[in-house]
Write a protein that binds this ligand. Structure first.
Ligand SMILES: [Zn+2]
Length: 292
């Protein structure tokens, strides 16, 4: 995961540009949920502003950093994910996650809730666009927390006391994902050695299966090989090769590029401990060759 920096007022402006009048319609709907004390409506309008988030996130999934379709067909691949579930919240891990995925943490991860976060279906800081695997299969209506849920909150940024485990990547209201998760080669690991910071990384990695999904591991291995080749070719005697290499390095570590956290971690290691970086190149190569 990586952060997509934007101020709240800029986000509002971009949403308004994508769909003029949307913010007002959204506010009216939120008022009706407040009156009813739960989320309830016949049809939703959040898909209308999906393009604003797709652009902001560089057409990547906000959780696993896979590149998704960019053209006018892109909308079908991106889901607008409610970070805090709008209707019911189910406790995580569920029984099937424990049985089939072997997930079991020693600390509390929160209980079921009904209603869920009924004032947040139309809050801009509660959206992330994500791939269908992250959204539909893994995120579903889960939202693990370390403290009491505050389902009647109407601003995500005021809900810090819930001690949410998952990391929110847009704007600066949550911690920078790169301060919590880094990479050893193609494998994500927690930055922190103990405490809530470490638990957040552990839960997020396990929750989205960031360390085991083959497509992610393969794409990251490709990224590492490309980056290694490009970094090695910077300063090549042929000016065109050197310029192309330099441009490739810049693009690979740009936050809007796929697997940017992995690429940046590798880039920094390549400069600080080249021997270890080379071991990761070997490992990435071995991993890809074993798949082919
Ligand atoms: Zn994803």
């Amino acid at each position: 995961m990586i952060r997509y920096p934007i101020l709240e007022r800029q986000l509002r402006k971009q949403v308004e540009e994508v769909r003029p009048g949307w913010l007002e319609r959204a506010a009216e709907r939120t008022d009706s949920f407040r009156l009813r004390g739960r989320y309830e409506e016949d049809s939703s309008i959040w898909s209308e502003i999906k393009p604003a988030y797709m652009e902001l996130q560089g057409y990547k999934c906000g959780f696993c950093e896979r590149r998704l379709e960019k053209s006018r067909y892109g909308s079908i691949e991106h889901d607008v994910e409610h970070f805090r579930p709008k209707a019911k919240v189910k406790r995580w891990p569920g029984e099937s996650d424990k049985d089939e995925r072997g997930i079991d943490f020693e600390f509390a991860l929160g209980d079921d809730a009904d209603p869920g976060y009924f004032l947040l279906p139309y809050e801009l800081e509660n959206y992330v666009v994500s791939c269908k695997t992250c959204n539909s299969i893994l995120k579903a209506n889960y939202f693990p927390v370390g403290a009491n849920r505050q389902v009647d909150g109407d601003r995500s940024r005021d809900l810090e006391d819930e001690d949410a485990y998952l990391i929110y990547p847009i704007g600066a209201r949550d911690r920078d994902p790169e301060d919590l998760i880094t990479f050893r080669g193609i494998v994500p690991i927690p930055v922190g050695v103990r405490g809530h910071k470490r638990k957040r990384a552990e839960v997020t990695i396990r929750f989205f299966e960031l360390d085991t999904r083959e497509v992610l591991l393969e794409e990251r291995a490709e990224t590492i090989l490309e980056l290694h080749i490009a970094m090695t070719a910077v300063g090549h005697p042929d000016p065109l090769t050197s310029r192309a290499a330099s441009s490739a390095v810049d693009r690979l570590v740009e936050r809007r590029s796929p697997h940017a956290n992995c690429a940046r971690s590798f880039h920094d290691l390549w400069l600080s401990d080249n021997l270890l970086a080379r071991e990761f190149v070997e490992a990435a190569l071995g991993y890809l060759e074993s798949r082919s």
